[in-house]
Unconditional design. Structure first.
Length: 341
């Protein structure tokens, strides 16, 4: 009995030593290393701005204090970067991808060109759960959703590609409540859409309120951009008098489509991911560093200065949300295909 107990203790101590050695190895792995943060949108937009602010602070919360560099890989509505992170990037914990989260739903809808499986990414988390709003040019003369729909004034909205809020929220608002919109897609990012808006090429955009505040301040302050609708489940404190898209839904099907395609979009809009097969211990180290960064006073101060809202979701929760997307009712998936493809 004593010998058996001694053997069990010895085995336990060996197991604990192995775990401790693996943890120490994973912690020291990042010393002197550089982590690439690949952003699927162009410089100057909301995805890029969040990433650059985060990259300046994340390293100090990782043992070994690695350097983080942001690389922009725009194209195909961030799909090029998503495919690259999935297929090309090494799963060594030194590459983080950031692309439009709506592409995960687009995978379910059968979007051509998707070469990834959203269920196989490792998820770091999201820094903010988007509050998507619809902004239009004051030069359009439209002052309310009611006037817009009654007058049937067609406004051109800029888009990035299927899976983006700029495209999907716009299409869903058109399909569910009849907003007279013409979507002009194919811009590399919201920075390019802003240039097109200011030149009069397009007259509106569906975008997160966070991104509008951070990257469209002149247009908001001058009044050339008017926020006319909120594509969220409840009004943002900054916009108490701006109505919701769902307020104008006339059928239960329309409300369900808005819930799945618009409200649920907010959770997955800004995912940060690792390539499939990234070692779990490195994923865990970076998840802990990510959430520590989200609480870092210096990070929060810079985010506030850049007008970035911080409302994080940890990687574990994001992973569960993504899994839920692939369990949607087949009839609802079919209807979403009609609208969004």
């Amino acid at each position: 009995m004593g010998a058996r107990f001694g053997a069990l203790v010895a085995v336990s101590l060996i197991a604990l030593a192995i775990v401790a050695r693996e943890a120490e190895s994973a912690s020291s792995f990042y010393e002197g290393k550089t982590i690439r943060l690949i952003v699927g949108a162009s410089a100057g937009g909301g995805y890029d701005t969040y990433s650059r602010v985060m990259a300046r602070h994340l390293g100090k919360h990782i043992a070994g204090n690695p350097t983080l560099v942001v690389e922009n890989m725009p194209g195909a509505g961030t799909l090029i970067s998503a495919n690259h992170v999935y297929k090309v990037a090494k799963p060594d914990g030194l590459t983080i991808g950031h692309f439009i989260g709506g592409l995960i739903l687009q995978q379910l809808l059968g979007k051509p060109g998707i070469e990834f499986d959203g269920r196989r990414f490792e998820y770091l988390g999201v820094p903010a759960q988007d509050n998507t709003v619809m902004g239009i040019a004051s030069a359009s003369g439209v002052t309310s959703p009611e006037q817009w729909m009654t007058s049937k004034t067609i406004i051109k909205f800029g888009g990035v590609g299927p899976g983006s809020a700029a495209d999907d929220i716009t299409r869903l608002a058109h399909a569910t409540i009849g907003l007279p919109i013409q979507l002009v897609s194919g811009y590399k990012g919201t920075a390019e859409i802003r240039l097109a808006f200011n030149s009069g090429e397009i007259g509106g955009l569906s975008n997160s309120w966070e991104s509008f505040k951070a990257t469209w301040p002149k247009e908001l302050e001058s009044g050339t951009l008017r926020i006319i609708l909120q594509a969220v489940s409840k009004r943002h404190p900054d916009l108490p008098n701006v109505p919701l898209v769902v307020d104008y839904a006339k059928t239960e099907e329309a409300r369900r489509l808005i819930q799945v395609g618009i409200h649920d979009y907010a959770v997955t809009a800004r995912p940060y991911v690792f390539p499939p097969g990234t070692p779990k211990e490195r994923v865990q180290i970076l998840r802990q560093a990510f959430m520590a960064t989200m609480r870092d006073p210096e990070f929060l101060a810079e985010a506030n200065k850049s007008k970035l809202d911080i409302n994080p979701l940890p990687g574990e929760s994001l992973e569960k949300t993504v899994a839920g997307i692939f369990q949607l009712d087949a009839r609802l998936v079919s209807k979403l295909k009609e609208i969004l493809k």
